[in-house]
Each structure stands twice: as C-alpha cells, then as structure tokens.
Design a protein around this ligand. Sequence first.
Ligand code: MN3
Length: 207
Amino acid sequence: MAFSLPALPFDRASLAPALSAESFDYHHGKHHKAYVDTANTLLADLPALGGKPLEDVIRAAAADPALGKLFNNAAQHWNHSLFWQSLSVPGSTKPSAAVTTLIDASFGGLDKFKTAFVAAAVGQFGSGWAWLVKDGDRLAIRTTGNAALPLVDGQLALAVCDVWEHAYYIDHRNARAAFVQAFVDSLLNWTTVESRLAGKVPSMDQG
Ligand code: MN3
C-alpha cells in the first residue's frame, strides 16, 4: 500500500484568477506529486512503517531524527492534501452560524480574523504554512516553517494556506500578501472548517 496523490476537489480552472489552472498543474501535478512519490520511495525501504496510515508515518518520522527526509515528504503530502480541501470556488462557501460565533469569540469578528491571518501568513519568514486550528474551545491562527504541521503537537488543523513561494509565484509573483488576502476573502473553504470542527477528520491519505 502506497500513498496516493488525491484528485483536486474542484475544477482546476475554477479558482482563477486567484489561482490559475496552470498553478495547479505545477503545484498539484508536480510539487505535491513529488512529495508523494518521494515518501513512497523512502517507505519502500522501511518495512516497519509500510502500510501505516499517513498520520502514523508522520508522527513516527517526527520522533526520529534519522527520518527527517521521510518526515518532510510525508508531512508535505498531508499539508497539501488539507490545502486543496481548504480551497473552494470563490464565494461558494461561508461560515456557518456556529463557526461565526467561534470566530467572533476568538478574533473579535470575521474581518479581524482575516487581518490577523494575513499578518501571520506574511510574517512567516521563508517557506511554511498558515493554519486555522482548534485551540481548546476557541479557534487560533498559527504558522509553521517548511513541512512542520500541528498534527505532531496533537492540535486539530481546520484549514491551511500554503505560503511557500511555489504556491503563489505563478499567479501573484512575489506578492504573498495579495495571495493570502484572496485566500481569506474568497477561497477559504468554510465547509471544510465546519466539517473538521465537527470531528470529521479522515486520514489525509486516501490511498
Ligand atoms: Mn506547496
């Protein structure tokens, strides 16, 4: 059993101009695929981990400094899989009443959430990820560098925005802030947030 590249949960041309079909050809078809392929190649030599769920592989690799390359590639498979689920056709989802109540309690309103999320994402130096997570009975924003992910800390990720340059360079060149602003304003898939908050958190690898 090997990990597999998930199909995009939307038409790859349907998020333009914020994210173009060409960007998905590279980001999903090349970058994400390479992480999956590399993880599978590494796992072929690690029979103790072969066949384990992606989440178990990530936790095991995070705990073993000798498995750093496996961690990076398996974690990037997980992160990108949630990233695709965190995107939606612009305007097609909105926060439910329950999620709105949580956003108000956690950030002081949707606009303040957006401002804080963009600031956090822009403030992540170098490659990484900006996350909306569950933090106790509230929501929180956090960022991680490179392949790091909240799963390793036992924290539930609700949505994520990729802030590696490869995520936005084709459509936004160097303007990370413009990309992240589009993410919170029109792309963020609130149905995914609500579903994961409700405890629907299947493995990120469906292979
Ligand atoms: Mn990426």
